[in-house]
Design a binder for this molecule. Structure first.
Ligand SMILES: [Mg+2]
Length: 210
């Protein structure tokens, strides 16, 4: 069986956090009230992110796309995808953010990924309305549920933060950077540190001996 790669978007594919920055710009009041409560766990990601997104007027949708267009990707994603294609290994993007931001930043690379799982928003009312197929427990997008859709073995997770922790614990092979590394250290779960996607390609090449 072929491996399958699951990759976070925000702060992983993008060089910087883009989703929180977008919320602060387009939902300033809701963000100011809600974000501190997310950090103290007074409110779940599931209800907090929904509340912030649903306070954004639908007419801001175009501007959110424009906002996303200027965001940079971490180096090496194209090279990693070329390598995974040559090995026939699927690359799946799993994001707790909104689909339009993921697709805008990925651009042409959208056609190269096996799937994008993220929050969908409807713009037919006065404010955005949130729809997530994988809403569960405290999460708006339960990344582990997405992993379960794929049969590949081993499952490989790539991430940067606490929202990737469950996915990282469930995956036998993990590439972790930033805060995710700290969380995994605490859980004593082994991981491979990475800086950019070229590191991941090179390391997989070594592991797979290709
Ligand atoms: Mg992230």
């Amino acid at each position: 069986m072929k491996p399958v790669v699951f990759c976070d978007f925000d702060g992983t594919i993008t060089a910087e956090e883009t989703f929180v920055a977008m919320l602060k710009q387009f939902a300033p009041e809701a963000a100011e009230e809600t974000i501190p409560k997310l950090y103290t766990h007074e409110i779940s990601l599931r209800s907090g992110v929904r509340r912030m997104l649903e306070s954004i007027p639908s007419k801001a949708y175009e501007e959110i796309m424009e906002f996303s267009r200027t965001k940079e990707m971490r180096p090496g994603l194209l090279e990693l995808m070329d390598f995974l294609d040559s090995e026939k290994v699927p690359f799946v993007v799993v994001s707790g953010g909104i689909r339009i931001m993921v697709e805008t930043v990925l651009g042409e690379l959208v056609n190269r990924v096996a799937g994008i799982y993220a929050v969908d928003v409807a713009t037919d009312g006065p404010n955005l309305r949130v729809h997530s197929e994988f809403e569960e427990g405290t999460e708006l997008v339960a990344k582990v549920r997405v992993m379960e859709l794929y049969e590949g073995d081993p499952k490989i997770a790539i991430g940067d933060s606490v929202t990737d922790l469950n996915m990282a614990i469930a995956a036998p092979v993990v590439f972790a950077r930033d805060r995710l590394s700290g969380y995994l250290d605490k859980q004593e779960k082994p991981y491979i540190p990475w800086g950019d996607f070229l590191d991941i390609r090179d390391r997989l090449r070594e592991i797979w001996k290709v």
